[in-house]
Design a protein around this ligand. Structure first.
Ligand code: RFL
Ligand code: PHB
Length: 393
């Protein structure tokens, strides 16, 4: 039975786990990453697309910014569209900050390449991953790989294994509370081989529901539609998707260019926060500890901010100072609740709320009033700009 020791055992090779391992390596702290999927699967996953300015700075500081600097698309703002009109919110003008459109998949690709070059230990396709002895100072992670049982002893275990992982579930139920809410809508997302029809992202509230135009590169567009969470992707032909996008995004004098759809899927929306991100020798980062609906583009950015804070705590710990590490959970949760509020606000403002005719009509008109205020008040726009481009750690 292979037995190993390391300082930090990290569960999950998504962006959070890979970035933490990389930040620790940069500080001379060894770690091992254990992932239950294959490397190909991890590299193929298409998810978030917008990096806050602070996330770009973190990736660049850690030597991961080369491709991001050349291929990332810097956006000065976003468009908000409602009642048939499109309004530009210029973050750069408003508060001097920007965001960068660079797919999560590209971030993961850069991280995998960096780790491969550096010879990091990452176990992919690990089965039956389990954590043990979390209340001790030598917790363990076990798993099976090619029929062989592995056993890693560490100083700390970090759960970077997403919402469905084993880490959070290993905290005794009486020691943790879970706050969550679901939404009566989901996003149907597509990738299409067509140049974006817009220079910056369009978030649109239409009578038929939310729609959004994002992008991945000068030749690949990413678009989303609000759909019923019980909806079946089989019922969404390419033609039906483009028709709905044309209706919800169309304004006079502007053309939405269509292209071959290369990927389509439906993702439910959820807000979720665990009451704690630390439990003795275990720390949670990213989706393992919290989830936001994607409307504010915060999921990946929150994972990066958790990792930045936890890495700083671990570095100080090994330098003999435990203050930052002891404060990690509270500090990360404080930022997360502010991010939750923003994501919930963006989501509720921009989606059609189902309900009886009268209450749905009231909600819709109230949302139009909110958007009207937002697009005519500089104070409101600065608040949106500050939150969208990223709150300080
Ligand atoms: P991830 O990316 O889910 O990575 C967790 C990793 O842990 C592995 N894992 C395990 N490994 C070992 N043992 C186990 N028992 C394990 N269980 C799971 C998984 O295979 C995976 O490799 O979490 P992380 O690193 O915290 O990163 C967070 C971001 O991925 C996430 O916040 C965002 O992508 C959220 N999100 C989106 N955010 C946006 O801002 N915009 C989007 O358009 C957007 N689209 C999405 C999304 C999340 C999605 N999920 C999670 C369902 C679309 C989807 C489909
Ligand atoms: C994306 O490009 O996938 C994207 C962009 C902004 C969001 C959500 C998703 O708010």
């Amino acid at each position: 039975m292979p037995k190993e020791t390391t300082r930090i055992a990290i569960i999950g090779a998504g962006p959070a786990g890979l970035l933490l391992s990389w930040a620790l390596r940069d500080a001379g702290i060894d770690s091992i990453v254990v992932e239950n999927r294959s490397q190909d699967y991890v590299l193929a996953r298409i998810r978030a697309g917008v990096l806050e300015q602070g996330s770009v700075e973190t990736l660049t500081r850690l030597g991961l910014g080369a491709r991001l600097a050349t291929e990332g698309l810097v956006h000065d703002g976003i468009y908000l569209q409602f009642a048939g009109e499109r309004h530009h919110i210029d973050f750069a003008d408003l508060i001097g900050r920007t965001v960068t459109v660079y797919g999560q998949q590209e971030v993961v690709k850069d991280l995998v390449a960096a780790h491969t070059n550096a010879g990091s230990t990452i176990y992919y396709e690990a089965a039956d991953v389990a954590v043990h002895d979390l209340t001790s100072t030598s917790p363990r992670v076990t798993f099976t790989l090619d029929g062989e049982q592995h056993d890693i002893t560490a100083d700390f275990v970090v759960g970077a294994d997403g919402f469905h992982g084993v880490s959070r579930a290993s905290i005794p139920t009486e020691a943790i509370m879970l706050y969550d809410r679901s939404y009566p809508f989901a996003w149907l997302g597509i990738l299409a081989d067509v140049a974006p029809s817009t220079d910056e992202l369009i978030y649109a509230l239409h009578e038929d529901g939310f729609a959004m135009h994002s992008m991945r590169s000068p030749s690949v567009s990413r678009l989303y539609l609000q759909v019923d969470p019980a909806g079946d992707i089989q019922n969404w032909s390419d033609e039906r998707i483009w028709d709905a996008l044309q209706r919800r995004l169309g304004i006079p004098g502007w053309t939405l260019h269509e292209g071959v759809i290369t990927e389509k899927s439906i993702t439910p929306m959820r807000s979720f926060v665990a009451s704690r991100l630390d439990y003795h020798s275990l720390f949670l980062v990213g989706d393992a500890g919290h989830i936001v609906p994607p409307t504010g583009a915060k999921g990946l950015n929150s994972a990066i901010s958790d990792v930045t804070q936890l890495a700083a705590g671990l570095v100080d710990h090994y330098a003999g100072d435990d203050t930052t590490l002891a404060g990690y959970g509270e500090a990360a949760l404080a930022r997360q609740w502010r991010t939750q509020q923003f994501s919930q606000w963006m989501t509720e403002m921009l989606h059609r709320h189902p309900g009886d005719l009268q209450s749905a009509a009231f909600d819709y008109r109230s949302q139009l009033g909110q958007l009207d205020y937002l697009t005519t008040s500089l104070h409101a726009q600065r608040s949106l700009a500050e939150q969208y481009t990223g709150l300080p750690l």
